[in-house]
Design a protein around this ligand. Structure first.
Ligand code: SAH
Length: 247
């Protein structure tokens, strides 16, 4: 019976893969991967390695999570080295915990290989530090995926009144709802906000605005994209360094 490596692929730039992830990918008999994991990484694998795509788009599973869990388990029964490759970090909105629990319940050994999460690295490539002395003493990473119609929100919106940084993942379609909610709890319409698309890749694009202007500015932005709300966004003026491959 094999071992499953629940592995973070990093945010996009292949060089942001960890050495440990690179090692298990090179040794893998099968790699089960998502859309958000850069497919260039698969080229590092050995001859004969199998690839299983369990597409997952913008937080929405094309394949239900239960089926993904079962695919991983079945592969672990057949192969010695199974890599489950997930975008960013496997435990940051990656459902890696559920996959690990499924394996644990069935007596399959697993290891977690953390990855560089988009929540920190996409802002970094946009010249936005998620904390900065005198500007933000904390940051939160929040799901932007919660249904706008949900009566009782699990998100502690009331706590978001401070100037600290909030990064919303999976939130692009809910951007109008998110900005509205933040204004309801007391943030000014002029509060800084950025949307970063395809962060850390050559196609990275960044739009900077305010809670009032960002909806219009970001309306044609492709996914995956995340939203950064915070005064740290203003630091981009000075710290912008990564240009991607602009036309
Ligand atoms: N485990 C991943 C997050 C999975 S949730 C991680 O740690 O990065 C999927 C969401 O992550 C997307 O909807 C988007 O908000 C964000 N995301 C992932 N890769 C991204 C990238 N390269 N640029 C911007 N946002 C990204």
């Amino acid at each position: 019976m094999g071992n499953v490596y629940l592995t973070g692929a990093g945010p996009g730039d292949v060089e942001l893969l960890t050495l440990k992830a690179a090692r298990v990918i090179k040794e893998a008999d099968v790699i089960i991967y998502d859309r958000l994991a850069n497919p260039d990484i698969l080229e590092m694998s050995k001859d004969g390695c199998e690839f299983v795509y369990v597409g997952k788009e913008d937080g929405r599973h094309i394949m239900p999570q239960d089926d993904i869990n079962e695919v991983i388990y079945q592969n672990a029964l057949k192969h010695e080295n199974v890599v489950r490759l997930k975008g960013g970090d496997p435990f940051v909105f990656g459902r890696g915990g559920e996959e690990a629990a499924y394996l644990q319940e069935r007596g399959i050994g697993f290891e977690i290989i953390p990855g560089i999460t988009s929540a920190i690295s996409a802002p970094a490539y946009a010249g936005i530090p998620v904390t900065h002395r005198g500007v933000a003493v904390s940051f939160r990473v929040v799901t932007g995926h919660e249904s706008p119609n949900k009566k009782v929100s699990q998100i502690p919106w009331e706590n978001f009144r401070t100037d600290d940084t909030i990064v919303f993942l999976m939130g692009l379609h809910n951007l109008p709802k998110i900005t509205k909610k933040l204004k309801e709890v007391g943030k000014e319409g002029s509060f800084p906000c950025a949307v970063i698309s395809k962060g850390t890749t050559k196609e990275q694009s960044v739009v900077v605005g305010t809670l009032d202007t960002i909806i219009d500015l970001a309306k044609d932005v492709p996914t995956p994209a995340l939203i950064v709300v915070g005064k740290v966004v203003e630091l981009r003026k000075q710290l912008e360094w990564f240009k991607g491959e602009e036309a």
